[in-house]
Design a protein around this ligand. Structure first.
Ligand SMILES: [Zn+2]
Length: 553
């Protein structure tokens, strides 16, 4: 019977604690300069080292050669407080979850009066401090406010806001955080090596993801994988089943179906996922993660390797192939649909339905656009007997991008053509010029009349960028010309908040065919998808990995 990994690898000093330098650096500085406060509040998500740090701090304070930021490890106190040690009489750990009342607080207060048995300080570590009742805290208040010189308090909690303000204001507050994936990954790698094991490509990143940044959870999962491994190498297949992630093959099916806009393939893949017993929510999380990976690969190419840590060359190759089949626009769209499905799934009782709705959402706009694109050539020669429009739907689904661009007859180029095909036009634009796309992708078609295309931009700045940057206006014009044969002129509208001053165009139009109109439109009447605050939040969360500060478990 072996001890759990997270116990064996529990650090005994600050130098070995990973991912919390924002806390350990100032603490060590305080210890070195002997400016230690009498009460500390350690807050942060579970399993990221609060209690461990409290113990290390106690060890630093009571070391015979201390207070020091590096305990000697040889004195009686250091040995007692090391991992696996019996604990010290002068360091009292209290689980506030079960000792949270007034009586417990009074008891603590009485014990604090007595001098330490042997060491420098009497140190009280209150774990789960948010569980202490208000009366309990009030009973503690006096002693936390003016403790005897030999007493130190360390409160550890996941919910600092539940610790009453009067106590909180008398402590030094150190916020712990979830360990960043890169740091956790290399730590797990080192633990695995020192245990004499190795793992298939992709296994450790899965553990990191499943742990959600908690070191304790990550080590527990690793422990489980080691225990369940027949050989000294942890296998991908077994890990993916155990951790409940979506198998790469299933994921590839879905991604392929979305890339090809192949409805049959998409619904078959959903069926497979459900039949394999995969949790729908987990699948959606995995899908979102995969789309994010594809976005990175699409945007950064080989450089994405630096961000997508821990994946093998084969997996990267696969991602590159998958990414090449999407436009950045359609990836964003798919990501948004997936994020929506994910938030709907928590409320829905039928996860299968949510997955199928997602497929429909991803496939539908493209299918609709295809109908319009196809009906245009059909209208050209009357020889085919002018087949009904609906027929187009039945044609076999193929990637839009692979279709040869067909010219539309001038009479068919209408406002509705532009509205229906705008995504496709932008996608084509992104293939020709990424910088042009970056400027134009926020624009929206407002009107088309007499070869003048009116576009709505979010701000005057966007309009200027559209005119200047890399000839975005020109590239877009040529894309539209290729599709329609019409060389459009532009008119720009700004959806900005109306400013009092600007009644005339801010920049003079020196380009004759580019007429600019400073018409401010209310955002309400012409909603722009990209001004949706959720989009920003979405990008923050999913692309940059931001997490809300509050509301963490
Ligand atoms: Zn010592």
């Amino acid at each position: 019977m072996t001890t759990a990994l997270y116990r064996r690898y529990r650090p005994d000093n600050f130098a070995d604690l990973i991912g919390q330098t924002q806390v350990t650096d100032p603490l060590r500085a305080a210890l070195k300069s002997d400016r230690v406060h009498h009460a500390y509040l350690f807050s942060g998500p579970r399993g990221c080292g609060k209690t461990t740090s409290a113990r290390i701090l106690a060890r630093c304070l009571n070391c015979a050669e201390g207070p020091t930021d590096t305990p000697c490890g040889k004195c009686a106190s250091c040995i007692e407080l090391a991992k696996g040690g019996p604990g010290s009489l002068d360091v009292v750990e209290i689980d506030a979850a079960s000792h949270n009342g007034v009586d417990d607080a009074r008891d603590l207060r009485e014990r604090a009066v007595f001098a330490p048995a042997r060491d420098r300080y009497k140190i009280f570590i209150l774990d789960e401090a948010h569980m202490v009742t208000t009366q309990g805290f009030n009973a503690l208040l006096k002693i936390v406010e003016e403790p005897p010189a030999h007493v130190k308090f360390i409160f550890a909690t996941t919910e600092p806001e539940k610790v009453i303000g009067t106590i909180r204001s008398r402590t030094h507050h150190y916020p712990f955080r979830l360990v960043p994936p890169a740091e956790l990954l290399s730590y797990l790698d080192s633990v695995l090596k020192s245990e004499g094991y190795s793992a298939d490509d992709g296994v450790l990143p899965m553990v990191v993801r499943a742990s959600g940044g908690s070191v304790r959870d990550a080590l527990s999962l690793l422990d489980q994988l080691i225990a369940g491994s027949d050989t000294k190498k942890i296998a991908y297949e077994r890990s993916i089943n155990l951790l409940g992630f979506t198998h790469d093959n299933l994921m590839a099916d879905v991604i392929e179906a979305f890339a090809e806009l192949d409805a049959a393939k998409a619904f078959t893949a959903v069926d497979k996922i459900i039949q394999s017993g995969q949790d729908a929510r987990r699948f959606l999380e995995d899908l979102l993660e995969r789309i994010r990976d594809l976005m990175l690969v699409h945007s950064l190419g080989q450089d994405a390797k630096a961000i997508l840590r821990g994946i093998g060359p084969e997996q990267f190759e696969q991602l590159t192939i998958q990414a090449a089949r999407f436009g950045l626009g359609s990836l964003t769209q798919t990501a948004e649909a997936t994020a929506k499905a994910l938030s709907d799934t928590s409320a829905a009782s039928n996860p299968r339905l949510q997955l199928e709705l997602l497929c429909a959402r991803v496939l539908a706009p493209a299918a609709q656009a295809k109908v319009v694109m196809r009906e245009v050539p059909a209208a050209e020669p009357a020889a085919s007997g002018a087949k009904p429009v609906m027929e187009a739907k039945k044609t076999e689904a193929k990637p839009v991008a692979a279709e040869p661009v067909k010219k539309a007859a001038a009479g068919d180029v209408t406002i509705s053509f532009f509205k229906a095909n705008w995504q496709i036009i932008l996608e084509t634009l992104s293939k020709q010029s990424r910088s042009a796309w970056a400027v134009a992708f926020t624009s929206k078609v407002v009107d088309y009349n007499d070869e003048v295309l009116t576009l709505l931009f979010q701000s005057q700045k966007d309009v200027e960028a559209f005119r200047n940057a890399g000839g975005a206006a020109e590239v877009l014009r040529s894309v539209i010309r290729d599709m329609t044969g019409v060389s459009v002129k532009y008119r720009a509208k700004v959806a900005d908040v109306p400013s009092k001053v600007a009644s005339a165009p801010v920049i003079e139009s020196n380009d004759d065919e580019f007429s600019e109109e400073e018409e401010h439109e209310e955002l309400k009447t012409e909603p722009i998808e990209t001004t949706d605050p959720r989009t920003g939040e979405f990008i923050l969360r999913e692309v940059l990995g931001a997490k809300p500060i509050k509301g963490q478990k």
